[in-house]
Design a protein around this ligand. Structure first.
Ligand SMILES: [Zn+2]
Length: 81
């Protein structure tokens, strides 16, 4: 697994949707790559901050759906840089 693959699988990994073989490859890469560990940490912080922001207004939307869309947008923006 490369850093690029890891970033692509990040959302699935956090949601527990990766098959075991990919999950293992993901965690193996994390073990050897401090860059991706930092990226994963920032990603989780972003999700938590987003969920907190949306939890103030539960009537707006399903808090399980909106943060993921937002996070994907953030990921796409980062990849463009
Ligand atoms: Zn990496």
């Amino acid at each position: 697994m490369t850093c690029q693959h890891l970033i692509e699988f990040l959302t699935e990994y956090i949601e527990g949707q990766l098959p075991l073989s990919q999950r293992t490859a993901f965690e193996l890469h994390l073990a050897i790559c401090s860059q991706c560990r930092a990226y994963l940490h920032n990603f989780k912080v972003t999700i938590e901050a987003t969920q907190k922001a949306f939890s103030d207004d539960p009537t707006d939307a399903n808090p399980g759906d909106v943060p993921e869309q937002l996070v994907r947008a953030i990921m796409n923006a980062r990849q463009a840089n």
